[in-house]
Write a protein that binds this ligand. Structure first.
Ligand code: DGL
Length: 267
């Protein structure tokens, strides 16, 4: 694949933009093709076969457009479908779970909570990866489904989010978690509220820069002249998406295209 080809990044919605931003900082010479599957969001409340079908479908679309590497910037898709995606695409694939685990271990915490979508928690992907990387860790995982809607709403610093976070995280805070993995790429958008609720001493682990570092270790032909440009593909258009995108990327994405994904089968 030619070095000038873009890096593909996908998520169900705006959450993956937190990863895209870290990638642009780490690889400023590259071009990016970002797919937000907004028509089918949320992924986190859907069953494994459905998420696998959506994720493979989105990955195949990006590959058909000529990407040279794929970042699955969605924990639910990474947890349920990374293997299925890797089987059907012919470019290197980087998910977010392994880098998230790496970032959590780097904090030195031994009692680790994972906050994620219902799907990510039910898949056990983080629990398995943490147990394999460092046996003897104490791990608890909590589903926080409303966080995705709050992030999509742009309520990252909001009393309603504080209230919801207290409800979801109260138990692991009481348990004495030393670190909480933000195991959904939407959750870093809620950092002001999450920090208020968790207090100053708990590490809130955002895997975005660890994902960028993992991409940096992959062998692919680099582009020095892409300038970090982003072409945005959405399966459903909304002003709302653009508003949140502007706060993350620091600019309103201009290069926007609506796409329709034909569902394809997956085993
Ligand atoms: N951002 C996605 C993740 O990291 C999920 C959001 C959703 O439920 O669609 O899991």
């Amino acid at each position: 694949m030619s070095g000038t080809a873009p890096i593909g990044v996908f998520d169900s919605g705006v959450g993956g933009l937190t990863v895209l931003e870290a990638l642009r900082r780490a690889l400023p010479g590259e071009r990016f093709l970002y797919l937000g599957d907004t028509a089918r969001l949320p992924y986190g409340t859907k069953s494994e076969p459905t998420v696998r079908q959506y994720a493979v479908n989105a990955a195949a679309h990006l590959v058909a457009r000529g990407i040279k590497l794929l970042v699955v910037a969605c924990n639910t898709a990474s947890s349920y479908a990374l293997d299925a995606i890797a089987r059907v695409v012919d470019v290197p694939v980087v998910g977010v779970v392994e880098p998230g685990v790496e970032a959590a271990l780097a904090t030195g915490a031994r009692r680790i909570a994972v906050a994620g979508t219902e799907g990510t928690v039910a898949s056990g992907a983080y629990q398995r990866a943490l147990a394999m990387a460092a046996p003897g860790l104490e791990v608890r995982a909590v589903p926080c489904p409303l966080f995705v809607a709050l992030a999509e709403e742009g309520w990252g610093d909001h009393p309603v989010t504080d209230l919801v976070a207290r409800e979801y995280l109260g138990e692991v805070l009481g348990w004495g978690a030393e670190a909480i993995i933000l195991g959904c790429t939407h959750y870093p958008l809620l950092l002001p509220s999450l920090r208020r609720v968790a207090g100053p001493d708990i590490r809130l682990v955002d895997s975005a820069s660890a994902v960028a570092a993992a991409v940096g270790r992959v062998r692919f032909e680099r582009n020095e002249k892409g300038g970090g440009t982003v072409h945005l593909l959405l399966t459903d258009g909304s002003d709302h998406f653009l508003r949140v995108a502007r706060t993350i990327l620091g600019e309103t994405p201009q290069d926007l295209e609506l796409v329709h994904l034909e569902p394809g089968g997956v085993s």
